[in-house]
Each structure stands twice: as C-alpha cells, then as structure tokens.
Design a protein around this ligand. Structure first.
Ligand code: OAD
Length: 251
C-alpha cells in the first residue's frame, strides 16, 4: 500500500495521536533549523548566546540576539502543514502536540495547549521573582529587560544549553508519549536529550511511530514508516489521502 495512504489509515484508526516536532517543522515557514548547513548553530556559537553564562556576562548582547530572532518571526506565518494539524486537532484526530520549538507557531495557528519543552521565545521570565510576561507587554526601550514587578533582570523564557527542562513540562510530555498509540515525529534531528527520548517512550509503550524528515536521524531506526519529504508537503499529502478515504466511506 502507498505509504501516505497507510499513514492516513493509521490516523483514522488511532485513539491518541501525538505530534512531536523539532525545528524542521518550521523550516517550510522560512525559519532556520539549528543544525545542518543553513542552521543557526553553524552561524552563531551557542555558548556565546544560549547559555546562562553568556547571558550573565553580556545580557544586552543575548537580548539583542533574541529580539532579532523574534523580529524575524513576526515576518513569517505557519505553513499549510500547520493548518492541516490544526484541522486534525479540531476534528479530534490529533490529541496533543509536544514541541522542542520556541517559535510559537502552533499557538499562532490556534493550537493553544502545546507542550513546549524548550520554552517560548516571545516570553520573558524574571530571574529574581519568577514573573513571566510576553515581551510585547514589557518595556524594551533599553536593554536588558527589567521586571516591572521587582526590577530584577528578565531573561528569555527558553531553555539554554546546560539547563534542565522544567520538570512538570517534561513529566507531562512523557505521560502524553506513553499514552500515544500513534506518534508523528516531524523535523527533529533527535540528538538533543531529554526531548529525544520521547519517540522511544512512545514506541516502548506500543505506539506506531512515523517520521517525517527529508533526512535520516537516529529516530529513523525505530520508525515504522519514514516519509522523506518536508513537513508541509508530507502533511498536505497525508491530509489529501485522509479526505479521500473519508469521502469513500461516506458514499
Ligand atoms: P535540528 O536543527 O537539530 O534538526 C532539524 C531537523 O529537521 C533535521 O533532522 C532536518 O533534516 C529536518 N528538516 C529540515 N528541513 C525540514 C523540512 N522542511 N521538513 C521536515 N524536516 C526538516 O533541530 P531540532 O531537532 O529541533 O534546543 O533541535 C533540537 C534542539 O536543539 C532545539 O530545540 C534547540 C537546539 O539547540 C534548545 O534551544 C534548547
């Protein structure tokens, strides 16, 4: 059977489909991934910009880099694949999204209760009192951003290298992964832990794993089906098959 048709059938037969994404999910919206030839970590050194030490030594530089990334984000929009996932979510086929991405594109397409393992780039967190707010509500006229409540230093509300993930967020992601009977793993290199455990947890709990990624990754070995196109094309094509099946059923 054609692989796209197989995936569409698996979606229709599933009780708890979970989508797990990495930077490749947003590549078709024009947001660069981290690794690979055009990746951010090819152009910038993570240790200069995405560690607690980098922030403490030069918070203005780190904030400037994050605000630059945020300004780029304001110029892109979620691609058609995001909209397919939104429809599956509304129709009840997609139960939960777990993402490593901080870009907020799932929020923008209208899927609100996403598990954001690595935080959310458009939000800041006070290092003194823990107050969190969307950066647009904060005074950005001079950097670094200062907490409106306690005047403490605010930082981007993302996970940096060398930092642990939020325990509650990670536990919720593991719980969801165990519950999944179908997991679509879209656009992740699968090399950053603990996030990369998620497809293995799903597989070990009995889920069928489908990988959507133009390239091989460590997760390819445990995937039941591997679709070697980009996220947008693959999701649009699966959606087309799904509709064909449903039309056939309705006749
Ligand atoms: P990576 O940049 O490591 O990997 C992106 C993956 O997307 C690769 O496997 C690509 O082959 C794939 N890809 C590229 N274009 C694609 C497309 N159009 N459709 C589908 N897939 C495509 O990004 P992540 O796996 O997300 O962490 O990286 C994991 C974490 O490392 C990130 O969350 C970030 C980073 O450092 C933190 O910021 C803590």
């Amino acid at each position: 059977m054609d692989e796209l048709l197989r995936v569409a059938r698996l979606i229709l037969d599933s009780n708890y489909m979970v989508v797990f994404t990495g930077a490749g999910m947003s590549a078709d919206s024009g947001i660069p991934t981290f690794r690979g030839s055009n990746g951010l970590w090819n152009r910038y050194r993570p240790e200069d910009l995405a560690t607690p030490e980098a922030f403490m030594s030069d918070p203005v530089k780190v904030w400037s880099w994050y605000l630059w990334r945020i300004s780029k984000l304001s110029k892109v929009s979620p691609h058609k694949g995001y909209r397919v996932l939104k429809r599956w979510y509304e129709a009840g086929y997609l139960k939960k999204v777990i993402t490593q991405n901080v870009d907020g594109l799932f929020r923008r397409v209208g899927i609100d209760d996403v598990i954001e393992l690595h935080g959310y780039i458009e939000r800041a967190r006070c290092m003194r009192c823990g107050y969190r707010d969307i950066i647009y509500n904060l005074d950005r006229s001079s950097l670094p951003i200062i907490c409106p409540r306690c005047y403490g230093l605010m930082r981007p509300d993302v996970v940096w290298f060398g930092e642990p993930l939020d325990r509650n967020v990670l536990d919720e992601a593991y719980r969801v992964a165990r519950e999944a009977d179908l997991m679509l793993v879209i656009g992740t290199s699968g090399v950053v832990y603990p996030a990369a455990y998620i497809p293995y947890i799903a597989r070990d709990s009995g889920a069928t794993v489908i990988e959507i990624n133009p390239e091989d990754t460590p997760i390819s070995d445990i995937a039941d089906i591997r679709l070697r196109n980009g996220a947008e094309k693959s999701l649009v094509e699966i959606d087309r098959e799904l509709k064909k099946i449903l039309k056939g059923l309705e006749r």
